[in-house]
Design a protein around this ligand. Structure first.
Ligand code: ZN
Length: 313
């Protein structure tokens, strides 16, 4: 067969810009902050643009044709892949875990996420974790708006990777483009938004009580070092292997005979171009393309000069 090729969904954001054009996208007007590349979320599902499922959305195909995903036990598609352009810093935020989201957010998934830095300006920074060691300390820093004692800043550069489990305080800083792999959830609790206002003069809502409930205090950095998984004369990196997702990055020059580790795998091209040859069918791909290899795709080769992120559950 051929992989499911997906049409990206774009989202305007207060902190967005136009840098996603660099990924080859034709953007709608405005400050575009997010490209939802592989999404079955109700707030922006991907449409399939080729093959027998053309015109259907990923959530529809997931529920109508579970056999092409190996008849999974999950009711909802588990992952969401986005590319974010932070033209300005994002709000400082935290996400709940599965148990909390299920109870408080009407059966939503929690949100553990991770970031691969596609590009960053010099001296770019993120907020990643908190200095608070106890919930009491956390509450007092928040009450006193003592942000410098609360938020840990970390310098980032192109090629860095961050694992952001539910409960981790975080914010992407100005001038950073990332590919985010996350659980399929849209639940965010904002702790601080720099007192910014939108074009109508309104501040965005904060969620202080829920944030205090879910923030992990006194924790070490949750980041884990990447591991080399070179294969087939191609350079591979295992970025993270967690209970929610495994994310790998491949730098391909020539032909990569890709053996799918699961029934279905999510593929995003983050640089270069080439072709994906699936059971003899050739699909041209280039920077910014997103697709899913399903259990109908048996014999897969990626050919060309390109960098891809491949993720799976
Ligand atoms: Zn987040």
């Amino acid at each position: 067969m051929s992989p499911l090729l997906l049409k990206p969904v774009f989202k305007e954001r207060i902190w967005g810009g136009r840098q996603l054009e660099q990924m080859g996208y034709h953007l709608p007007d405005g400050n575009i902050g997010e490209c939802w590349g592989i999404s079955a979320h109700v707030n922006g599902p991907s449409e399939i643009i080729n093959g027998p499922y053309k015109g259907q959305t990923l959530d529809q195909v997931w529920s109508l044709h579970p056999e092409i995903f190996g008849n999974p036990s999950e009711k909802k598609f588990p992952l969401l892949t986005k590319i974010l352009d932070a033209n300005d810093k994002l709000s400082v935020q935290v996400h709940p875990n599965d148990a909390y989201a299920y109870e408080v957010e009407n059966g939503e998934y929690g949100k553990t996420e991770c970031w691969y830095v596609i590009d960053a300006i010099e001296d770019a920074e993120i907020i990643y974790g908190t200095y608070a060691n106890t919930k009491e300390q956390l509450k007092s820093y928040i009450e006193n708006e003592d942000w410098n004692h609360l938020f840990k800043s970390v310098k980032v550069e192109k090629g860095d990777f961050f694992y952001v489990p539910a409960g981790t305080v975080h914010a992407i800083g100005k001038g950073i483009m990332i590919l985010e792999t996350q659980q399929n959830s849209d639940t965010t609790y904002r702790i601080y938004d720099y007192d910014r206002t939108d074009k109508d003069g309104n501040k965005r809502e904060l969620h202080i009580d829920k944030s205090i409930d879910v923030i992990t205090v006194g924790a070490q950095s949750p980041n884990v070092p990447s591991k080399r998984i070179d294969n087939d004369e191609q350079k591979g990196l295992l970025l993270i292997e967690s209970e929610y997702f495994t994310v790998t990055k491949w730098q391909i020059e020539g032909t990569f005979n890709f053996r799918k580790p699961r029934d279905y795998c999510l593929v995003s091209v983050i640089d270069g171009s080439g072709e994906i040859i699936t059971d003899g069918n050739i699909n041209q791909v280039s920077k910014g393309d997103h697709l899913i290899l399903t259990s109908d795709d048996l014999d897969n080769h990626i050919n060309g000069q390109l960098e891809v992120i491949i993720s799976y559950v």
